[in-house]
Design a protein around this ligand. Sequence first.
Ligand SMILES: O=C(OCc1ccccc1)c1cn[nH]c1
Length: 241
Amino acid sequence: MTMRLDYLSIFPAYFDVLDISLLGKAAVNGLVEVHAHDLRDWTHDRHRTVDDTPCGGGAGMVMKPDPWGEAFDEIIGTEPDSSVHVIFPSPSGAPFTQSAAQELSSAVRIVFCCGRYEGIDHRVIDYARSMWTVHEVSLGDYVLNGGEVAALAITEAVVRLVPGFMGNPESLAEESFSAGQDGLLEYPLFTRPVSWRGLDVPEVLMSGHHGRIAKWRRDESVRLTCERRPDLTDSDFGVPH
Ligand SMILES: O=C(OCc1ccccc1)c1cn[nH]c1
C-alpha cells in the first residue's frame, strides 16, 4: 500500500529535497507519494496574508486559521476520517519517539502542518482534532523558526520504517532506540583499516569470539547509556546487585 504524505507550509520548497536520496527511491517505487503545498494558495488578499497579531497582546504574529481551514478542505476533505494522521511539529508538543515513528509507518496518509511565526491559531488544531488523528510533536527542547525541518526529520524517521523501503531490514533491528537494543544507546562501531592514524579497532572485535564480542558490545551500550542518558536507564539498571 502507498503512503501519501502532504506538507502544508509557507516555504514548500523545503520539501523538494524529498525527491532525492532514499526518499526519492521510495517515491519512485510507489511506496510513498509526496505533495507539498503553499499555504498562501488559500489566501485571497493581495499580500497573501497568513498571519495577524495575537489576541490578548504579546510579541510576534500568529498564523490565521482561515487559510488552514480552506487548505484542509481541499487537501484532505470535509468529512471526518480517523485514518488521516495530521502532525503539528511544535516546541510544546509531546516528545517524538521511535515508537511513534513505528506506529506512523503503517499510516495510509500523513499531513504535516508547518507552523511559522509564534505558532498557529489554536482553533486550527482543535478543528483538526475533530476531524482526523492529530499529533502535536516536539523533536526536542529548542525552538526552530518553523515546522519544516521538524517535518523532514519526522518524515525520515517514519518512511525508513515503511515495509519494503529499507534495502536491508535487519540493519533496522540493532539500532539505538529500537526494541532489540532494549532502550540502550548503540555501542561504538568500527570497520577497516584495523589501525588508522595510530588508533586501533578494539582487539576483542577482531578475536572472532562471538560471545566476548556480544559482551563487549552490551557493556559499551550500558556504559554509554549510563554516561549520556541516565533518563533511559530505569532505577536499578546496570548497577550490579
Ligand atoms: O520549533 C519547533 O517547531 C516549529 C514551530 C512550530 C510552531 C511555532 C514555532 C516553531 C520545534 C522544536 N522542537 N520540535 C519542534
